[in-house]
Design a protein around this ligand. Sequence first.
Ligand code: GDP
Ligand code: MN
Length: 393
Amino acid sequence: MKLQEYQAKEILKRYDARIQMGEVASTPDEAEAIAKKYSAPVVVKAQVLVGGRGKAGGIKLAQTPQEAREKAEKILGMEIKGLVVKKVLVAKAVDIENESYVGIILDRKSKKIVIMVSPEGGIDIEEVAKKTPEKIYKAYIDPFIGLRPYTAQYLIRKLYDDPELIKRGILKLMKLYNVFIGVDAQLVEVNPLVVTGDGNLCCVDAKIILDDSALFRHPEFENWRDPDEYSREELEAKEAGLSFVKLSGNIGCVVNGAGLAMATMDLIKHYGGEPANFLDVGGSSNPQKAVKALDIITREKGVKVILFNIFGGITRCDDIANGLVEAIKQFKPEIPIIARLTGTNQEEGRRILKEAQIPCLLQWMKWSGKRFQSLHNMERRCPKAIEPRNLRG
Ligand code: GDP
Ligand code: MN
């Protein structure tokens, strides 16, 4: 779960890491009031779940509360990388002496936590990694040992020379590491970490991604979820117990098991098609899941054809078939559906489809025209026929 900057900063504050103080506003009025409260100059910052807001014009300095209002008016409603700005953070401006980068992530390969720092702060870290990778310094942390002050010192010395700053920097890194562990984060990033005019260290930007699998340990964050992080369909699927990820292609997929779902997408790509989604109906056997899956996919605009790829294990083909029949009755999809049902209760599943007058066994159904053509026959005549590109339209 990605957090907005203001939420990430709220967490940093709880862990006693100094942040640029401010509050969030949804209207220009509120922005003006906050600017008064924190006594301008302030920065007005778009709250959207993408980076590079500064470059996109989503971050503006305001000298007076009146100006904060005007800037908020401009930024609210603005679109940044496809996301509409609904909130702005109005924060007390800090005078910046120096900007650096600090990021803490989980590295699956080394099974360790990686802390990265760079004196090239304030700009996109991907850009630094591309152009001057030697300016990124890393330390791999064994989670059972944790971040030790000597490792923090090694990293901080890459950023500062001043002994006082080094001392403060070590403490800051330890606090950020505590945040990472404490909230079960996948990422904690402060870019820029700033040295202010009075020699303090301040987190001017903050990004936190929480580990969804550990969210149950942090019920306090459950309603922090930004509805924009997932599409409406993705949220609906989540509620129905389906793993669904919207993609940009036109072949809808309904598959059981994440591995088969990935393999199915690979196959579609291999033959020149583009999957419209990843959908795993899961291992459990419940016709309602197939109904919900079809409900979600048939509502997607760009979908031209739907592929059911079921290899029955715990999932039973008869349950999927029942779901399919029910869903076709309910939603009357006007696009072709291809169902492959093999494994547990496959005969039963095919019988159900047949009885509902949906011939199956790798069959291609032109549902709208009630014209059925057996893919099986097509395959015999022309092995290329099952390629998704031949099924378009
Ligand atoms: P991002 O563009 O989405 O990463 O947003 P940031 O919060 O990192 O802000 C982008 C840049 O704006 C920072 O790197 C700073 O240079 C600048 N900035 C943000 N807040 C302040 C501030 O309070 N004072 C000054 N002088 N610059 C700021
Ligand atoms: Mn930033």
